[in-house]
Design a protein. Structure first.
Length: 194
């Protein structure tokens, strides 16, 4: 695959000259937005989206939390943050661009308030994150099927930031032909038979 782009030829100066270039290799590491680039190229992988929500609340009176508290039975977490007490929800499966449905807050809030005196929400609306994931809970790291020079690194679900350095290292080793620090086969797109 050849994707032209314009890149500066040097660093510094107010208006560096630009050169049209076609790199021999490119990496798609766009999380839930990867299909926007890959689908037109015929790379169709079974990516799903797990969405989660959180919202910050003020404590009632002088109530404060010193550490996160997790209610495993009901499925939420209260965590002290600079913005206030963060209430997190479980995950929902939905299309990436589907309208938010933070109904989990209505279900969780009575239990959370029973555990900790939560006051008014800090934000007008809850935050929502779209976490890209594959059916086997492993990211795709490696060559894009049928696309010479195109590499993939996405589908890390909740662990993208945590696994970013290891993914970058593995991908760099694969792209340069160096010995990989781990077996890359379990992360290949080929596991989906496409």
């Amino acid at each position: 695959m050849r994707v032209p782009f314009t890149a500066p030829t040097h660093i510094g100066g107010s208006k560096p000259p630009k050169v049209r270039s076609t790199p021999p290799q490119a990496v798609v590491a766009l999380g839930p937005f990867a299909p926007d680039v890959l689908s037109p190229l015929g790379v169709m992988l079974p990516l799903g989206i797990k969405r989660g929500y959180h919202r910050h609340y003020r404590g009632v009176g002088n109530a404060a939390l010193a550490r996160p508290v997790v209610d495993m039975e009901i499925g939420y977490c209260l965590a002290p943050m600079d913005q206030g007490i963060r209430l997190t929800t479980g995950a929902e499966f939905a299309a990436r661009d589907a309208a938010p449905t933070p109904v989990q807050f209505d279900r969780l809030l009575p239990a959370a308030k029973g555990l900790f005196p939560l006051g008014e929400p800090v934000e007008a609306t809850p935050w929502m994150g779209s976490r890209p994931c594959f059916p086997d809970s492993r990211p795709v790291i490696g060559r894009a099927p049928g696309q010479s020079g195109l590499w993939l690194a996405y589908g890390h679900a909740h662990w993208g930031l945590t696994l970013g350095p290891a993914t970058g290292r593995l991908l760099a080793e694969m792209m340069t032909g160096a010995t990989s620090f781990c077996d890359p086969a379990p992360y290949g797109a080929e596991r989906f038979g496409r």
